[in-house]
Design a protein around this ligand. Structure first.
Ligand SMILES: Cc1cc2nc3c(=O)[nH]c(=O)nc-3n(C[C@H](O)[C@H](O)[C@H](O)COP(=O)(O)O)c2cc1C
Length: 194
């Protein structure tokens, strides 16, 4: 493994953080890496909202208000995992900062889809760069990314959407890697003309 593939495999979604501040300088570094992602027509359709303290609390509350009803009723979540998940959903496992990654939407459906692709590439860059700064992240999407309340908290323009909310901080956990389906790529890859 090389200098790129190793960190790609080592990155884990972190759902438990140390009670330790993250410097603005470190966050700036990971955002700079995010900003170097490829994009449709080099449009760079992403923006970043960095939230801490009362802003992070408000965003977490949107998540918890949804999760406290959703998790207990979700049949696919094993009962024994529900308590820990609810605890995590209160403040994303104690993450001191959240980075909201937004993208530009427009009239053209394909262009909007490509903007989301580009913002997603930025999020992956961000998550990998965080490793170099000894920081952990997790990509949160789903309900909270679409909720009007989240958009109000960050004062998001009408023509923008949220690609992900990325809690970031010093990991307080070293989770095992969730296995990848078909790791030897027997089923997932169709080789044509080989
Ligand atoms: C688009 C997207 C949405 C995700 N949404 C959530 C989420 O809402 N909550 C969460 O805890 N993890 C979320 N994740 C993280 C995945 O659960 C995680 O990447 C996956 O389980 C693999 O684990 P790993 O990141 O440690 O390799 C999301 C990941 C992606 C790419």
């Amino acid at each position: 493994m090389g200098r790129i593939i190793e960190p790609i495999k080592e990155r884990r979604s972190i759902r438990n953080y140390k009670n330790k501040e993250v410097s603005k300088e470190k966050i700036r570094k990971v955002l700079e890496a995010a900003n170097w992602a490829p994009s449709n027509g080099n449009s760079q359709p992403w923006e970043f909202v960095v939230a801490k303290d009362e802003y992070a609390k408000k965003i977490s509350k949107v998540f918890y208000d949804w999760a406290k009803d959703y998790i207990p009723n979700a049949d696919y979540i094993p009962e024994e995992k529900k308590k820990a998940m609810l605890e995590y959903s209160k403040d994303f496992g104690g993450a001191p900062v959240q980075i909201v990654v937004t993208y530009q939407t427009g009239e053209d459906e394909i262009e909007t889809e490509e903007s989301l692709m580009a913002a997603s590439a930025a999020i992956q860059n961000l998550s990998l760069a965080a490793l170099e700064e000894d920081l952990g992240t997790v990509w949160i999407a789903g309900h909270i990314a679409h909720a009007d309340r989240t958009k109000e908290i960050i004062d998001l323009a009408e023509d923008k959407k949220i690609a992900g909310i990325i809690p970031i901080g010093y990991p307080d956990i070293d989770p095992a890697a969730p296995p990848r389906k078909d790791p030897n790529l027997v089923e997932k890859v169709k080789w044509l003309g080989f």
